[in-house]
Design a protein around this ligand. Structure first.
Ligand code: AMP
Length: 463
């Protein structure tokens, strides 16, 4: 306990730059009357016909209603992209949002680190409308880079918003098991609690650094102790102005090289699932070799391995969730991409995989993962971390028992896995039984792991 608080205090000495993705999560707690109202408005038969077509994108309100009713019938959590920018008005006139909060990895991580009183948190997101800016916490250590008179200055995001910037609003419709409504002659009862996400995928939302800011990236890289980048899943294969994923990935590569130009600042990439396999492959091949650290969850490592051509191993991870396979996949990834450190989080355990020459001992790496799961447990218990004190709440959450068992099994398997060339460290997670919210827990684990990793490197004089 003392060790973890001490390590958090050391991590808080650091300054971090984080980019690119932010959005507004607008949450609706669905009521039976609302669902029934939509069905009456559009007509049961029309909806049923569209449900059979199973639209994969939302281009008109009926697509939304059909996919929503489908999700309610199955009780499965679903996410469907909204591609028609004009539907904002339709949604806003049909629903009252119960909660609006920060979404997007860069936004979530910036707020988390600012609330933990890190020395300096620099956050950059290419689109900063007033509504988006208002989602940032009001802390004096949180800054947004602005160019004024050809000079780089920093303001609180709320002082830096730009009228006319687009806002990415993800609408989240939460539903409860047992809700009932009538669809024509059929009475539907929702079998499981879950949520239906309408994610905004608009042409106008891009993942990039504005040309005016780009020349200042070396200065920013030099002024911080670490960089956390995320949001590449938002890149589209192609845009109507002729630009494509290759263009944005070339620019993303330049950003990383510019950040590292004056000082070899450590860069962590937080990976999120990318449906399009070609795009996923491009992100991996273009960016992984340039960064030092990567974080992801278990299904993402399976997707990554599939994109790299290891389809059998990938299938095994999807089907059996065996830790030996996850670790084997992790070794392949750090070797092929020559990463310094890879962190994979799952519901029951978190693992670091590094090469054997990593400056940190197994014990130190374990402390870093310990801090990460404490932080996630605190967030799961409280819904949000508002101050460094909140971290303590995580310390009273017990480690899950399944994780202990997984760890034991891994220690047994270690001999077979030829781990000499690698350092593999596993800890069980502290799992909250009834979490207030599960949004952003993965980002919290990765931010906690990477920043404490940096703090331990610094303690050794390696940063
Ligand atoms: P992601 O899949 O990236 O969103 O990450 C979710 C991670 O959050 C999981 O891998 C767990 O380690 C952690 N997590 C999920 N549920 C809980 C919970 N109830 N309490 C504590 N940690 C959790």
């Amino acid at each position: 306990m003392v060790i973890h608080m001490g390590l958090l205090d050391e991590a808080r000495e650091l300054s971090i730059y984080t980019a690119y993705n932010t959005n507004v999560d607008a949450i609706v707690y669905l009521k039976e009357e609302t669902v029934q109202g939509l069905i009456n408005e559009f007509g049961a038969e029309t909806i049923q016909r569209r449900m059979e077509e199973y639209p994969r994108q939302i281009n008109e309100p009926l697509d939304f209603v059909a996919r929503l009713v489908h999700a309610l019938k199955t009780g499965k959590p679903m996410e469907v992209p909204l591609i028609n920018e004009e539907l904002h008005m339709w949604f806003d006139s049909h629903f009252k949002y119960d909660v609006e909060r920060m979404g997007g990895q860069a936004g979530i991580i910036a707020n988390l680190l600012a609330n933990l009183n890190f020395r300096k948190v620099l956050v950059y997101t290419p689109h900063l409308a007033k509504k988006q800016a208002a989602m940032f916490v009001n802390k004096p250590n949180l800054f947004y880079p602005v160019i004024e008179d050809g000079r780089l200055i920093f303001k609180h995001p709320y002082e830096a918003y730009r009228d006319g910037d687009p806002v990415k609003v993800n609408r989240i419709f939460e539903f409860r098991a047992g809700m009932t409504f009538k669809l024509g002659s059929e009475t539907v009862t929702v079998p499981f609690s879950g949520r239906f996400i309408v994610s905004a995928r608009f042409e106008s939302i891009r993942i990039y650094t504005e040309p005016g800011l780009k020349p200042f990236l070396p200065e920013i890289g030099e002024s911080v102790d670490g960089v956390i980048l995320s949001g590449y899943q938002g890149i589209k294969p192609r845009y109507s102005d002729g630009k494509d994923a290759n263009h944005y990935l070339r620019e993303a590569k330049k950003d990383i090289l510019l950040l590292k130009r004056e000082k070899d600042v450590k860069v962590h990439l937080e990976f999120a699932s990318i449906q399009n396999r070609e795009l996923r492959k491009k992100v991996i091949y273009n960016l992984f070799p340039l960064v030092d650290s990567v974080g992801m969850d278990e299904s993402e490592i399976a997707h990554v391995l599939n994109a790299l051509g290891y389809s059998k191993l990938s299938d095994r991870i999807f089907t059996y969730n065996r830790i030996e396979d996850t670790v084997l996949g992790g070794k392949i990834l750090i070797d092929e991409m020559n990463l310094e450190v890879l962190q994979i989080h799952t519901i029951y355990y978190i693992v670091y995989i590094t090469h054997a020459d990593n400056p940190l001992s197994e014990e130190k790496l374990r402390q870093s993962l310990g801090l990460a799961t404490n932080l996630a447990a605190a967030r799961a218990s409280l819904g949000e971390i508002r101050s460094p004190e909140d971290f303590k709440v995580g310390l009273s959450v017990p480690y899950n028992e399944r994780g202990e068992y997984v760890k034991l099994r891994f220690e047994e398997a270690k001999r077979r896995l030829r781990t000499k060339e690698y350092r593999v460290v596993i800890i069980p997670t502290r799992l909250v039984k009834n979490p207030v919210s599960t949004v952003g827990l993965g980002d919290t684990i990765s931010a906690g792991a990477f920043t404490s990793y940096l703090a331990l490197l610094r303690r050794k004089g390696e940063l």
